[in-house]
Design a protein around this ligand. Structure first.
Ligand code: ZN
Length: 204
């Protein structure tokens, strides 16, 4: 947000100018936009409340008789509001957003983050899938067991992530973010495995 109001020139550090009530250009940072502290585990109930309150305050219909500039800011604000809410309410999207802001490369994961014990699981999963494809129904329970194991791993990872989130929110240490990134990569890998184990091939 600009330090002074575009309309009356008075200091305008918030969304609406305290002097003339004109809507100011929106903050592009999602946390700043919601006026909440940057966090990996924000208060989601509070976020939701803010979302609905802002949706009402910033609705373009309310600005239809205002200046063209305010109409434009209302549209921009509404667009950022929706993007910001979609990202911040989702744990994975939110974490990727923070990692990116903190200068972490959040591009495609590399397989080096996958621990060796998972490679064996992957091999067994592929075998079971191949056997099912060949018509060996005995492989089906194996596949279901594998799926259950992957789900358990994901749940454990999520619990681990929650702990790291709380740690970073309290101390903002870069090492914690590095750990979060590694966990997130592993989670993505495991989610892919669950997906794979959930699409049982038909007999050929
Ligand atoms: Zn003003």
């Amino acid at each position: 947000m600009s330090p002074t109001c575009w309309n009356c020139g008075k200091p305008a550090p918030s969304r609406f100018c305290a002097e003339c009530r004109a809507l100011q250009p929106p903050a592009s940072d999602y946390f700043a936009f919601f006026e909440i502290p940057r966090a990996l585990a924000p208060d989601l109930k509070d976020l939701e409340k803010r979302f609905y309150a802002l949706s009402r305050q910033l609705h373009p219909d309310l600005f239809s008789r205002k200046s063209a500039r305010e109409q434009e800011y209302s549209l921009e604000s509404t667009a950022i509001l929706n993007d910001a809410y979609r990202v911040l309410k989702d744990p994975v999207a939110r974490t990727l957003y923070v990692l990116k802001q903190e200068g972490f490369d959040v591009g495609e994961q590399s397989t080096k983050d996958v621990p060796p014990e998972l490679l064996e699981e992957v091999f067994e999963l592929n075998m079971a899938l191949e056997e099912l494809r060949m018509g060996d129904e005995d492989a089906r329970p194996q596949l279901e067991a594998a799926r259950a194991r992957f789900r358990k791993m994901r749940d454990e990872l999520d619990a681990d992530l929650q702990r790291q989130f709380a740690g970073w929110d309290a101390s903002q240490r870069a090492e914690t973010l590095a750990a979060v990134r590694a966990l997130l990569n592993r989670r993505k890998y495991i989610t892919n495995l669950i997906d794979k184990a959930s699409h049982v091939p038909d007999r050929v």
